[in-house]
Design a protein around this ligand. Structure first.
Ligand SMILES: *Cc1c(COP(=O)(O)O)cnc(C)c1O
Length: 485
């Protein structure tokens, strides 16, 4: 080709780019291999904030310099969830292979909204594998999303539209104003907040979400669910769907999926399972019985960036009725033509969700599942649950500590006792312990409130954690408790 005065974003010097990329990989591997030796979390220093106030760059700088800014100013202050002693909220710990896959996916650059491409075949294969792990039939459909909130939103959209159709309303055409009776969704009072957000986004308002109380094990109380459905019917509403939790965020409790499923069939309700935490219990040999009945769900949301340790982000929605799923999202304007041949000669994956442009996030799940096999991930889930039991036993053996909830799976809620202290005193004392533990860099648990009572919370979804790491946490809590006492 002739020389040209046009320019490109490609490096002028591919050899230099190659050398820098090799260095970046070497340093990334050092970073990951040495993760245990570093603090879990460090506060970004006040002086650093000014650096991020710099204005929009008008002129470019050498990649070398940009990379140095990343390694000096960004890399040292991460969330910490790749560290063996990170147990806050509920996150996976990532993996090297997943990170490598994200790089390779970005280099490939495909947009997975549509297209007859091998990356799209990878995406569809990963969805099929996830469906098989959860036990939905071959005929079910699914889509990868950026996470569990989006996956739940996709599934609840299909549920809403299917129930509107039963009431004679084409919801995509007529909108929620055309519903003859208000739709009602049911979830336990321990369900994730994303369901409220989903119903708000779906135009139903969070008044459409009935929170059902739990039994002593933090599982949705079936008689209360039954009563709420009857009450709504009597009041002229249309009960539409039950959102069962397979693993609650607060305590890891799993609703009785068989009983909820049976109730849904009896009452003609959509049976959705929020399995962002626990759908994958089904691949864990020692605990799969906890999610018996999930395979009967009309839809399931799950989160490969949690217990499959894919780097953020990747979630998945699965829907039993593929036709209803497609009917909720398919849309083909003139510029999204489908052809029998050519680059558009395959089903559009965008027909199963709200995103048109979609990343090649499937690759990280595909590569890690191929590398380790599904069995390894099941054993890791069992390992995390065994570690939670170990932690619970240590807490029960310490007179200064108390467990705050039964340990159903991998989440442990506890607190340090304050002799003669009321709830306010306990909250203040334990919050100070929590913040000191985090600020010391030793470990990162989080906290929550269970029926008005504050608790420290340890959610072990981490393939790097060892029992000895949990012992270090217990020792630190006791030591700080003595210092404060
Ligand atoms: C994490 C989680 C969600 C939300 O998923 P994101 O991936 O954070 O969007 C929903 N439900 C449950 C039970 C979760 O644990």
């Amino acid at each position: 080709m002739q020389p040209s005065d046009e320019f490109t974003l490609d490096p002028d010097d591919w050899q230099g780019a190659r050398a820098l990329a090799h260095r970046a990989v070497d340093e990334a591997i050092d970073h990951l291999a040495g993760v245990r030796e570093r603090p879990v979390w460090r506060e970004p220093p006040a002086a650093l904030h000014g650096f991020f106030d710099a204005p929009l760059p008008q002129q470019g700088a050498a990649l070398e310099q940009v990379y140095r800014e990343f390694s000096d100013k960004v890399r040292p202050y991460p969330m910490g969830n790749v560290h063996p002693r990170f147990w806050a909220w509920f996150m996976g710990a990532g993996s090297f292979t997943g990170a490598l896959a994200d790089f390779l996916a970005a280099v490939d650059g495909s947009n997975l909204g549509g297209g007859h491409t091998a990356p799209a075949l990878v995406d569809r294969q990963v969805v099929r594998w996830l469906r098989e792990m959860v036990g939905l039939p071959d005929s079910a459909s699914g889509t990868l999303t950026n996470g569990g909130s989006a996956a739940n939103l996709v599934a609840l959209t299909v549920a809403r539209n299917a129930k509107a159709a039963e009431a004679g309303v084409d919801l995509r055409a007529a909108g929620v104003a055309a519903l003859p009776r208000p739709l009602r969704f049911y979830a336990s009072d321990q369900a994730h907040s994303c369901h409220q957000k989903a119903l708000e986004v779906l135009g139903l308002g969070h008044a459409a979400l009935q929170l059902v109380p739990c039994d002593g094990a933090q599982r949705m109380a079936l008689d209360a669910l039954q009563a709420a459905v009857a009450r709504d019917r009597a009041a002229g509403a249309q009960p539409a769907a039950v959102i069962a939790s397979a693993g609650t965020v607060n305590t890891g409790a799993v609703d009785d999926l068989q009983a909820v499923g049976a109730l849904c069939r009896r009452e003609g309700l959509w049976f959705h399972v929020d399995g962002c935490i626990g759908a994958l219990l089904r691949i864990a040999p020692a605990h799969r019985h906890l999610v018996a009945g999930i395979e009967a769900a009309d839809s399931v949301a799950l989160d490969p960036h949690k217990w499959l340790h894919a780097p953020f982000d990747v979630g998945c929605a699965l829907v039993r009725d593929a036709q209803a799923h497609h009917a909720s999202f398919a849309l083909h304007p003139a510029y999204l033509e489908q052809h029998a041949r050519g680059v558009a000669g395959a089903a559009y994956l965008s027909d199963y969700g709200i995103e048109l442009s979609r990343s090649f996030r499937a690759l990280k799940v595909w590569m890690t599942l191929k590398e380790h096999g599904v069995e390894a991930f099941g054993r890791l889930i069992d390992q995390n649950i065994a570690q939670a039991r170990h932690l619970a036993a240590r807490i029960e053996a310490e007179p200064a500590l108390e467990l705050m909830a039964p340990v159903a799976t991998n989440i442990v809620c506890f607190r340090h006792r304050v002799a003669g202290g009321d709830e306010v005193a306990h909250r203040a004392f334990n919050t100070e312990i929590l913040l000191r533990v985090q600020e010391s860099g030793l470990a990162v648990p989080s906290d929550t409130t269970l029926a008005g009572r504050h608790a420290l919370r340890v959610a072990i979804a981490n393939h790097r954690t060892r029992r000895a790491d949990l012992d270090l946490l217990v020792d630190a809590v006791l030591r700080i408790g003595r210092e404060l006492g």
